[in-house]
Design a protein around this ligand. Structure first.
Ligand code: 5AD
Ligand code: SF4
Length: 445
């Protein structure tokens, strides 16, 4: 029997990290809403504050713990307030999170998130901290609480976990081994979303290209087959996906992106480094040459497709020569944009055993060099769109000037233009008049 909770407890959730975490937060709000909780927009208004954490990089984790510690004062003035940690950091710290952040009342790993109502009830009943990090979430994706942050675009998880064990990465340790959802369940979820008015779906997985869900006939369905199934769902107009791994992405995928009209022309293909020596140490499973060949194929098949990437600078032992190979790869490839990060050791990920020997100031300089170079390239890529008319899904209005609307192109470029708020959630055509490295600006036509 489920524990009964006092109805209308108010919950506030702070989300750190990737889209996977954003989707988990929606799931948790959905689960709690079904059990009488109400979502509020600040910690001050809440009875329960949840931190949905990311532990991929140390910087994010440090920021998280400093944010949790900031609640000490609020809690002192509001003794009934419960503070909980969920997500990847909860899984990696387990009970140690209570030591690092004594303000916490409970710690809940990604696999235990469906049990949050019970966990909260137990903390209230027993008045002592609860640590729940013992489950994988096999069944969780098939529970569909209704809550979604947006009414017209949303995320759908196609699987969880990762088997790649890139040497710097903590994900396989906190999210477990790769599990693909059944294709029929994914299609059913998206049909339901289309029926509720959703127009854009982003499929989420740590490595979407290694997706192997059952196709309803007891056989594994490939990612391309899954895209074909989703492409035929009425009402859905755009399908995005992330993240692709260069060792598994193939020309079949690029052809599907070209031929399936709903699948958007944007590929996020993290390269991480341009040095073969470092790629090997990272256990990425490809060389820079193989990556460049893959990109050439992508550009041949989708000449107007956008390409984005992730870069890590300052991996253990990264020499000036290694770093220059990364700069060269960035220059030669011409990414539309890149997320760049300074390396941080994430035990138990394997590279944490290597000496983190690139000095902090060198990491900083390398990061700035990547950002500067990418800024020029992004400006040039965007400038090539001047005068073009592009389809935009309007997703919000400017925070400073409400007459300004923002939206995204199919290639995922942020676009800003004048228009009325009534257009949010609609598709419009915009002619690009000026650009920055980060956005296009234009007017509706
Ligand atoms: N240090 C720095 N960046 C990292 N990433 C993952 N692990 C680390 C780490 N230990 C970056 C990678 C990945 C992105 C999500 O985060 O670039 O693609
Ligand atoms: Fe981490 Fe590599 Fe898996 Fe991505 S593919 S989640 S970087 S282990």
């Amino acid at each position: 029997m489920k524990n009964k909770l006092n109805s209308k407890r108010k919950v506030f959730i702070r989300t750190f990290g990737c889209q996977m975490n954003a989707r988990d937060s929606e799931f948790v709000i959905g689960v709690l809403s079904e059990r009488g909780f109400k979502k509020v927009d600040s910690a001050e208004k809440a009875d329960v504050v949840l931190f949905n954490s990311c532990s991929v990089r140390k910087h994010a984790e440090d920021r998280l713990f400093s944010n949790i510690a900031d609640l000490k004062k609020l809690k002192a003035g509001k003794p009934g307030l419960l503070v909980g940690l969920m997500g990847c950091t909860a899984q990696s710290y387990k009970d140690k999170a209570l030591e690092r952040a004594p303000v916490l009342d409970f710690v809940c790993g990604p696999g235990n998130e469906a049990d949050l109502p019970e966990i909260i009830a137990n903390v209230l009943k027993d008045r002592c901290p609860v640590v729940a990090t013992d489950k994988t979430n096999e069944k969780r994706p098939e529970l569909f609480p209704e809550y979604r942050q947006s009414a017209f675009k949303t995320f759908v998880s196609i699987g969880e976990g990762c088997n790649n064990f890139c040497s710097y990465c903590i994900v396989p340790y906190v999210r477990g081994r790769e599990r693909s959802r059944d294709a029929k369940d994914i299609v059913r979820e998206i049909r339901g979303l289309a029926g509720r008015g959703f127009r854009e779906i982003t499929l989420l997985g740590q490595n979407v290209n290694s997706y192997k869900g059952a196709n309803g006939k007891g056989q594994g369905a490939s990612f391309v087959k899954l895209l074909e199934g989703i492409n035929s769902i009425d009402g859905i107009e755009r399908v995005r996906f992330m993240t692709s791994h260069p060792k598994d992405a193939s020309t079949d995928l690029f052809k599907a992106m070209r031929d399936l009209e709903k699948v958007c022309e944007h590929l996020h293909l993290p390269v991480q480094s341009g040095s073969d020596r470092i790629l090997k140490l990272m256990n990425r499973g490809y060389t820079s040459k193989k990556y460049i060949r893959l990109v050439q194929k992508y550009k041949e098949i989708l000449p107007k497709g956008a390409l984005t990437t992730d870069i890590i600078v300052g991996f253990p032992g990264e020499s000036d020569r290694d770093f220059n190979s990364t700069l060269k790869l960035i220059k030669d490839t011409g990414f539309d944009s890149a997320f760049s990060f300074k390396y941080s050791p994430r035990p138990p990920a394997r590279s944490a055993k290597l000496k983190d020997n690139v000095p902090a100031d060198v990491k900083q300089k390398r990061l700035e060099a990547v950002i500067d170079m990418q800024c020029d390239i992004s400006q040039r890529c965007n400038a090539a769109l001047k005068g073009k008319t592009l389809e935009i899904l309007v997703d919000g209005c400017g925070s400073k000037d409400p007459r300004l609307l923002t939206g995204r192109t199919r290639t995922n470029k942020i676009t800003v233009f004048n228009g009325s708020r009534g257009l949010i959630g609609k598709f419009v055509n915009v002619i690009v008049e000026s650009v920055t490295p980060y956005a296009l600006k234009g007017r509706m036509v």
